[in-house]
Structure formats: structure tokens, C-alpha cells
Design a protein around this ligand. Structure first.
Ligand SMILES: Nc1ncnc2c1ncn2[C@@H]1O[C@H](COP(=O)(O)OP(=O)(O)OP(=O)(O)O)[C@@H](O)[C@H]1O
Length: 506
């Protein structure tokens, strides 16, 4: 019998008191697409980091084609034939595609020879990419292609993909799946990590489910319903959304003819953007980040100021106001995803300290005579941890020690608990498991039912269709008209996301 391509036996890894992986065993055959799923903090990334040589296991054996191996570094992993495409790209903006790939190669090759191989591989796998293009001209989908082509040039026998579709349009997801199916048909095994259960069903042959660091089940996803997959993952069925009937109130935000030149050399300027949102309403702004999303967020938060009347917020002309002045008017902000560590939270600070950072403008009792009121701050952080089921040791845990999805829950929870009058939320469920995503989206619906006006920027079309009342698309710095969610479809919005809304809307 042919040995498994990859066999894990008893993989165990502990961080302090947290057993991130507890005696995990699994097998992946050649040419198999294997899903790894589990709720936030279940231990998926930890397991992959051990296979890719980023982290050393405390115990356990990795067998590669039937032979026990020790993988001490990503270079060791690549030498075996293991490639990994990370959630966050690590490309240099000012270099070309070929130069970026050359930097990541373990062996020296001339740029001409490399460019020829890039063209060959990209054509074979249907991943068109021109080697001489500068990375800063590439869309997010194209950047992901560069990362995938970089791995494919090393002729991998196992490719690990960590939430690869969170940044892609529906059309680009379909293209990616075609490539992955072709790779698998040629014998490459694929580990596919995703929180999107419908994608796992469409793509994967087998699945291993992790819960609390252990294997809680295995299945063939095509034979399961999405509801059952969710149940295996979170231990209970997914609740349904409750949409209350909301009578819309006054206009809380109106943006008029906002044009802002980007201050990022690789950013996108906003071009004549106008929209409004009323009390009790959720306006979804769809689009792939990198199309002016960062600039719009900066303009709404007050990080970038504009002419006062371009942004009318909570009864005031506010375009000229700074972030803290806007928060004092009643603006709540949840940023993420790439900026989750950095803008959403400060990694080297505890959760309690992170709570203080934005909460004190709405909760003045967190500070008294310039002194931090530790009890009040801790109490707020602890309530947030409990209410939003944030998996961590305590309010003293460093933000950097939380799994991605758990930090996201904390950042969202912190803002929701401040109950603002107007909330601007970007990518609220990025990297969050299905159970927690449903919970967070329901929180947004409940806030709207209480009369909060919400602007929701999201790359997840499903999310916007689940909660928003109206939808607009931000593409190449321009905003489409906002239309009622019932009057459009995800496919049409997908087309608008490529910037083609003017003819359609007309
Ligand atoms: N460097 C670290 N220091 C302390 N704890 C850690 C560290 N890395 C991971 N952990 C903990 O190990 C557990 C598993 O984390 P891991 O990132 O593997 O989860 P995950 O399943 O990938 O989650 P997500 O879906 O949110 O990305 C979490 O509770 C996390 O807080």
C-alpha cells in the first residue's frame, strides 16, 4: 500500500497553560484536498506552523511519504516539497513579480530564466501573471496568484492554504478552485483552511475538524450538510438571524462629493464619493480592500480630514474634526482586518489596556485625574471577554497571544459595548469562525434595531446580503449608487466590484 503523503501522529504543542494542539493525528493522501476546520483558537494555525517548520512540536511524529522527518525551518519544509500560502502576503510593493519571487527562492536563478518559468507555470495552472509587472499595480487577487505561483515553482507535493479566499471576488474564487483541482489531479496534496463551509463542500475530499486543540471528527464534506459541518465545528447548530422591523430615523451620516487624494504611494484616491445612512439602517459597502477602503475609513474616522461639509455626522459638519472629536459626537469604529494588529489593537498591550484605548472617550470614569482606574477598565474588558466569548487566559493576556478570530471578537465587542449612535465597521468577521460570525452579525442587526446607524464595509458579500438594508460598491475609489439589498444579486454586485457599475446603473 502507498504510504500517506503526510501522516501526523500525536502532535502536541503547549503555550503556557494553553494546550494549543493536543495529540492530533491525521493522514493526507497524494492528490487529496483535505480541509482543516475548527472554531477560532481550535489550533489550526499552530498545527500548520509545525508542519511548515515555523514552530517546533512538544511531542508527536511527522511522517512524509512513510518516513519520519524533523522539520526545523520553512526551508526544511520546502526542501521536502511543502509550500504554504499565508493569509497575509509578504510582497515588496516596489519590486516586480519576478524580483519578488526570486527573493523567496531557496536556490539562485537568473531573472530571465525565472521569468520564463513563471510564465510557463502560470499558463499551465490558469493563473495569468506578467513577471515584469510591479507588485503595487496588482489587485489583491493578482497578488495572491504571485504567492501561489511562487509556491508552485518549487514543485510542491503538499500545498497549505490558510483562508485563501477571504480577499477574492466570487468569480476569482471559482478560478482559484479550478487551479487547485488541477494541482490535486496532478498528485499534489492540499491542506485547505477555511471558515467558509460551502467552499469546503465544493472543493475538499476529506475534512478534519478540530475543537479545543483535539480532533473532534472527520468527514467527507460533500456528504454533509453545511448545518452538520457547523455543528461538528462549534458543538451546536447555527442560530438563525433575527431581523426586527425597524422604522428608520433621522440621517446620521451624509457624505457629499468626497474626494481625497491618497497619502499612500500605492493607495487609491477617493473620487466624488457620496452616500448617507439613517438611524436604524445598515448600509453595506462591498468591494475588495485596496479600492479606496482604507482612504474611506480614514476619512470617516477623522484620521484624514476634509472640508467640513463633505462629512455631516450626527448633526454636525464634521469633515474637519479629528478622531477623538468625532468619537465624542458618538461615532464608534471597528477597524480590521490587516490592521487588526496595529490599528485595531496594540499587540504588546493587554486586553484591558487595549479596552482603555478607545473606550475612555465614552467612559470617562476609566480615567480620573489623569490616572487609569484599573478596576473599571478590567471590569469592562472582562465583561467584553465574557459576552463575546473571547478565548483567552484573562483581561491581562497580551493582544498578540490571541488567535486571530478571538482578537477580532474582542475588538468588535469593545465597540459594540460602547453603544455608539453611528458605527463604522470594516470586515467585522474577518477570520472569525461561523458560530462567532453569526453572533457578531446578529449583534449588528440588534444595534440597528435599537436605532444605531451602521456603515458596514465588507469583502464578504454573503455577510452584506445577510444584514444590510442597502448595498453600494467601492471600486477604484468610486462608489456605485446604493441600492436596496432585495433589488440586486451577489453576481451583479460581483460584476460591480470590478468597477463596471456605471453602465449597469445607468
Ligand atoms: N505564540 C503564542 N503564545 C501564546 N498562545 C498562543 C500562541 N499561538 C497560539 N496560541 C494559542 O493557541 C490556541 C490555538 O491558536 P491557533 O492560532 O492555532 O488557532 P486557530 O484555530 O488557527 O484560530 P483562528 O481560526 O482564530 O486563526 C489559541 O488559544 C491561541 O491563543
Amino acid at each position: 500500500m502507498t504510504p500517506a503523503r503526510l501522516k501526523l501522529n500525536g502532535m502536541t504543542k503547549t503555550y503556557g497553560s494553553m494546550r494549543a494542539n493536543d495529540d492530533i493525528s491525521l493522514e493526507i493522501a497524494a492528490g487529496e484536498i483535505h480541509a482543516l476546520l475548527g472554531e477560532n483558537g481550535a489550533g489550526k494555525s499552530t498545527l500548520m506552523k509545525m508542519i511548515y517548520g515555523v514552530t517546533r512540536p512538544d511531542a508527536g511524529v511527522i511522517e512524509w511519504n512513510g518516513q519520519p522527518v524533523t522539520i526545523n525551518s520553512p526551508k526544511d519544509a520546502r526542501a521536502l516539497g511543502i509550500g504554504m500560502v499565508f493569509q497575509h502576503f509578504s510582497l515588496f510593493e516596489t519590486l516586480t513579480v519576478a524580483e519578488n519571487i526570486a527573493l523567496a527562492m531557496d536556490e539562485q536563478v537568473s531573472l530571465d530564466a525565472l521569468s520564463a518559468r513563471i510564465i510557463e507555470v502560470s499558463e499551465h495552472y490558469g493563473l495569468p501573471i506578467a513577471p515584469q509587472r510591479l507588485v503595487h499595480h496588482l489587485s489583491v487577487g493578482e497578488r495572491q496568484r504571485v504567492e501561489i505561483v511562487r509556491c508552485l515553482l518549487q514543485n510542491p507535493k503538499l500545498l497549505i492554504m490558510d483562508e485563501p479566499t477571504s480577499v477574492l471576488t466570487p468569480q476569482a474564487v471559482e478560478k482559484l478552485f479550478e487551479t487547485l483541482r488541477l494541482l490535486a489531479a496532478e498528485g499534489c496534496s492540499i491542506v485547505y483552511i477555511s471558515h467558509k463551509l460551502d467552499e469546503i463542500q465544493a472543493l475538499c475530499h476529506h475534512a478534519t475538524v478540530l475543537r479545543h486543540g483535539q480532533v473532534s471528527g472527520t468527514c467527507q464534506p460533500k456528504d454533509e450538510t453545511v448545518a452538520h459541518l457547523a455543528q461538528m465545528m462549534i458543538g451546536q447548530s447555527l442560530p438563525h438571524y433575527e431581523h426586527s422591523k425597524v422604522t428608520l430615523g433621522e440621517e446620521r451620516l451624509s457624505v457629499k462629493h468626497l474626494s481625497i487624494a491618497t497619502d499612500d504611494p500605492f493607495g487609491v484616491s477617493l473620487n466624488d464619493v457620496s452616500f448617507s445612512v439613517r438611524a436604524g439602517e445598515i448600509l453595506g459597502i462591498a468591494g475588495i480592500s485596496g479600492n479606496g477602503q482604507a482612504e474611506l475609513l480614514a476619512a470617516l474616522s477623522g484620521e484624514r480630514t476634509s472640508q467640513a461639509e463633505m462629512i455631516h455626522m450626527l448633526g454636525c459638519d464634521a469633515g474637519h474634526l479629528r478622531p477623538m472629536q468625532r468619537r465624542q459626537l458618538g461615532l464608534g469604529l471597528c477597524f480590521v482586518p490587516e490592521e487588526r494588529l496595529g490599528k485595531g489593537a496594540v499587540p504588546a498591550m493587554s486586553l484591558a489596556e487595549n479596552a482603555l484605548l478607545t473606550a475612555y472617550s465614552s467612559m470617562p470614569n476609566m480615567l480620573s485625574k489623569g490616572m487609569m482606574q484599573l478596576r473599571v477598565i478590567r471590569d469592562f474588558a472582562e465583561r467584553c471577554i465574557e459576552r463575546f466569548k473571547v478565548k483567552c487566559d484573562s483581561a491581562d493576556s497580551l493582544a498578540s497571544s490571541l488567535s486571530g478570530g478571538n482578537l477580532q471578537k474582542f475588538i468588535m465587542g469593545r465597540e459594540i459595548m460602547l453603544a455608539p449612535a453611528l458605527m463604522v465597521v470594516a470586515q467585522p468577521t474577518w477570520g472569525v469562525d461561523v458560530g462567532a460570525a453569526t453572533f457578531l452579525r446578529q449583534q449588528l442587526l440588534d444595534l440597528a434595531a435599537q436605532g444605531v446607524a451602521i456603515v458596514l464595509l465588507s469583502e464578504e458579500l454573503d455577510e452584506i446580503f445577510q444584514v444590510a438594508d442597502r448595498i453600494a460598491v467601492l471600486a477604484q475609489g468610486r462608489l456605485s449608487p446604493a441600492v436596496d439589498i432585495d433589488s440586486t444579486t451577489p453576481d451583479q454586485i460581483g460584476v460591480w466590484m470590478s468597477g463596471l457599475f456605471e453602465t449597469d446603473a445607468a
